[in-house]
Write a protein that binds this ligand. Structure first.
Ligand code: NAP
Length: 455
């Protein structure tokens, strides 16, 4: 397993994968740890999780740098990601007990209630794009619920995978309550089938989700899937266009465009489409592409050369089908997996820029006749992760967000973000289940009915 710096193409470190026997031994050790961890009370779990948050804050610079080296995001974003992980640890340390408190339901019995009990070892198959955040938003609720965690991280971020294991160990969590498996995607099925693994969560592409969910389904194990997206951002004719363009550019370019909830398709009412496109190009062209360790860079390379080349091919195929390049669209000559901020206009169905997820800094602008047409175009996708609408009419925006846009997270006049206090997840081929909030911690617990009658 090789960690390669996408900014330079150089090998950072090579790691030996766990053999099948080593992987099975880790799974069994984590299962064994569950027997006592499930009986550890909330106050002890809380102290350890608070300690994990404190370690993350203390080491934000060190781990942020590791993230930057392994997958290329600018250092300031890497550090912010580690600090956000501390927030989710704090959130579940403070709220897990209340989220999992018994829920009484009045019946004719002496007492009836729902009791939320841990179920065992949860396997997490995770992506490289937010290599700390994606894992902590699984790990914090999992451990606070009394479950134990197994991480199979993306193969290009093994250093991050081991660093996360180190955080929990250093925070005082008992041996083997959280372990990392260094294995590739092709070796996940036997782990899913292992009787010790009770459920699986995957964050990643739709094909990976399909494959993991099929294997888990055969083994009758619950899954949560957080998959890809092609989030539509609807710009209405009454929007504050400069503010909308700034917000849309930030969302599209954060993490070099490699975010599941990045703005990907900009659906703009015809009468303001050319002005919005001009402002979007102005915003996107002002962001500096360069060395992710240089504080002057706004955007680093993509995470891998193959992903950059795949994105460029999607741009070329869209152009061949009639899209126009308004900005960028050419692979830079510099070493590394760099791709420039790119804007495509005249995007239509049948083009990758319309139909597929573009997982990099490429914005697709699509003109719509009116509000109804914009909503139809926004929903004309197999995905349903996030969506946004920009309008000065808050009531109109709220109605469209709540009732019209087909996505799991819909924002008005802002770009879609994850927040531990709010549930996060998708519909359609963006997956199912929720992370974060009370809904997230209740995904992998036995929601047990208890009915007590008098003697
Ligand atoms: P990916 O190729 O699907 O990989 C994600 C993880 O799944 C990796 O650990 C990978 O392992 C593993 N994997 C891949 N194929 C597998 C298979 N057939 N069986 C078992 N495991 C398999 O995705 P990615 O390129 O890392 O991430 C980008 C995608 O993730 C985008 O589509 C993005 O939208 C999505 N994403 C979604 C969310 C969300 O919350 N909805 C958040 C972030 C990213 P290897 O690395 O060893 O192949």
């Amino acid at each position: 397993m090789k960690a390669i710096n996408p900014a330079t193409g150089q090998l950072i470190q090579q790691y030996d994968q766990h053999s099948d026997a080593e992987a099975a031994a880790i799974v069994e050790a984590v299962d064994l740890a569950f027997t006592s961890w499930r009986r550890t009370d909330f106050s002890k779990r809380r102290l350890m999780m608070k300690q994990a948050a404190s370690i993350l804050r203390d080491r934000a610079e060190k781990y942020g740098r590791l993230i930057t080296l392994e997958m290329g995001k600018i250092l300031v974003e890497g550090i912010a990601e580690v600090n956000k992980c501390a927030l989710v640890c704090d959130y579940y340390a403070d709220n897990a007990e209340a989220h999992l408190a018994d829920q009484d339901i009045p019946t004719e019995a002496h007492r009836s209630f729902i009791s939320f009990q841990p179920i065992g070892t949860i396997l997490a198959v995770m992506p490289w794009n937010f290599p700390f955040w994606q894992v902590f938003r699984f790990a914090a609720p999992t451990l606070m619920a009394g479950n134990t965690g197994l991480l199979k991280h993306a193969s290009n971020v093994p250093g991050c995978a081991l660093a996360i294991e180190e955080v929990f160990r250093d925070a005082g969590f008992p041996e083997d309550t959280f372990r990392t498996l260094l294995i590739g995607g092709s070796r996940v099925k036997p782990v899913i089938n292992h009787p010790a693994v009770k459920a699986v969560t995957l964050t990643g592409s739709t094909p990976a989700g399909r494959s993991v969910a099929a294997a888990a389904g055969r083994a009758i194990k619950k899954t949560v899937l957080e998959l890809g997206g092609s989030d539509p951002y609807v710009i209405l004719e009454d929007a504050d266009l400069p503010a909308a363009a700034a917000s849309c550019a930030s969302s599209r370019l954060l993490n070099s465009g490699q975010s599941c909830i990045a703005a990907k398709r900009f659906v703009v009412i015809e009468s303001v489409a050319s002005e919005f496109t001009r402002l979007l190009v102005e915003e996107m062209s002002s962001r500096v592409l360069g060395d992710p360790l240089d504080p002057l860079s706004h955007m680093g390379p993509m995470a891998r050369i193959d992903l950059r080349d795949e994105l460029h091919q999607q741009v070329l195929d869209s152009v061949a089908a009639g899209a126009k390049i308004v900005l960028g669209g050419e692979v830079p000559t510099m070493t590394g997996a760099y791709y420039p901020a790119t804007v495509l206009s005249e995007v239509r169905p049948g083009m990758p820029a319309y139909d597929d997820e573009l997982f990099g800094p490429v914005a697709s602008v699509i003109a719509a006749k009116d509000e109804a047409d914009a909503i139809d175009i926004a929903n004309d996708t197999v995905f349903g992760l996030g969506a946004a609408v920009y309008t000065r009419d808050i009531e109109r925006g709220q109605r469209i967000a709540a009732e019209e846009l087909q996505a799991g997270c819909c924002f008005v006049n802002d770009f879609v973000k994850s927040d531990p206090r709010l549930p996060f997840g998708g519909i359609k081929e963006s997956g199912y289940g929720r992370e974060l909030h009370a809904l997230g911690i209740r995904e992998f617990v036995n929601q047990k009915t208890v009915m007590v009658s008098g003697a």
